[in-house]
Ligand binder design. Structure first.
Ligand code: GRG
Length: 301
């Protein structure tokens, strides 16, 4: 196992991809089910078109930290990735961000059409709950229920979907720092928090460890968003000039916009330190999670 987070992500992502392939081909689609080929093709385009697979790998590494690494963990990890993929398919729609490209390829609604992209997102979302409730995920049905409910909450009105709504509303109003923190912790933070928390729950970690991994997930969630916003600012620096409180995507309120890039980089350094402090009790067993935290901060895509 390598400690280069880039190589490690690539290595683990292959397991995620293979499991996603299987899930889309078989598990949740019984033989008698009619599978409209156009919808299936759009779903595959949304789920298998690259991507870093950061969230599922975090689930796998958090579970591994507490001694569990098996197909059930992979299934739970893929359930989370299916939610992420759905969110990107819907986020790219003309009614939202109206993007033509995702992961370097044409977006689902560009290759197919808007109605198909909406349905593909719906199907990815619902497949996620089919998968997370599967018996392989955990032998104890109460744990599967907990993981399912927490996934629903991370994705729904108090999580990603609610955060997306607040973000869309930012086009029409200024946001305070506290409001931006709140919307980002919902929109992008909730799934990263869930990833780390779910890994610990899958491995029957003690509640104190679940809490510690939850905080780790929150810290890297904020770092992920700050790094993402920095990448946007850097990419548009020549055309946009100085940061102004709105980022390159017109109307989006960001902390980088409020703070500027120097303060943001300082904050990213502080967050990496906090992430490492949280992992310190686990010693070298947490080396990969620690490397992933640094990868999130230093990533270039
Ligand atoms: C449509 C309900 C709904 C929500 C959409 C997550 C989201 C909410 C929109 C994505 C918009 C965006 C680009 C946000 C910045 C952070 C982010 C989630 C980037 C994409 O995640 P990565 O970098 O993507 O993990 P890959 O392609 O590697 O999977």
């Amino acid at each position: 196992m390598t400690l280069d987070p880039n190589q490690h992500l690539t290595f683990q992502a292959k397991f995620v991809e293979a499991t996603l392939e299987t899930l889309l081909a078989t598990q949740a689609l019984p033989d008698e089910t009619v599978r409209p080929p156009r919808l299936l093709a759009a779903i595959r385009h949304g789920a298998l078109n690259g991507g870093k697979r950061l969230r599922p790998v975090l689930v796998m590494e958090a579970a591994n930290l507490f001694g569990r690494a098996d197909d059930g963990v992979l299934q739970a990890a893929c359930a989370l990735e299916l939610i992420h993929c759905y969110s990107l398919v819907h986020d790219d729609l003309p009614a939202m961000d109206d993007d033509d490209l995702r992961r370097g390829q044409p977006t689902v609604h560009k290759v197919y059409d808007e109605a198909t992209a909406i349905l593909a997102g719906d199907a990815l979302l619902t497949l996620a709950f089919d998968v997370i409730t599967g018996e392989a995920v955990h032998a104890d049905a109460a744990v599967r229920l907990r993981l399912s409910r927490e996934l629903a909450r991370a994705s729904g009105i108090g999580g990603m979907a609610g955060g997306q709504m607040l973000d869309l509303e930012s086009e029409h109003r200024e946001r305070s720092e506290a409001e931006i923190r709140q919307l980002q912790s919902m929109k992008t933070g909730a799934l990263l928090r869930y990833a780390c928390r779910a890994g610990a729950i899958l491995a029957d970690a003690a509640e104190a460890d679940v809490d510690r991994l939850t905080r780790f997930g929150e810290v890297i969630g904020l770092a992920f968003q700050l790094a993402d916003d920095l990448l946007d600012v850097e990419a548009s620096a020549e055309t946009m000039g100085k940061a102004t409180g709105k980022d390159a995507e017109a109307g989006k309120a960001t902390l980088v916009g409020l703070w500027g890039t120097d303060r943001t980089r300082n904050e990213l350094g502080r967050l990496v330190e906090e992430a490492e402090t949280l992992l310190a009790p686990y010693g070298s067993r947490a080396a990969i999670l620690s490397a992933l935290a640094r990868f999130i901060v230093n990533r270039t895509n």
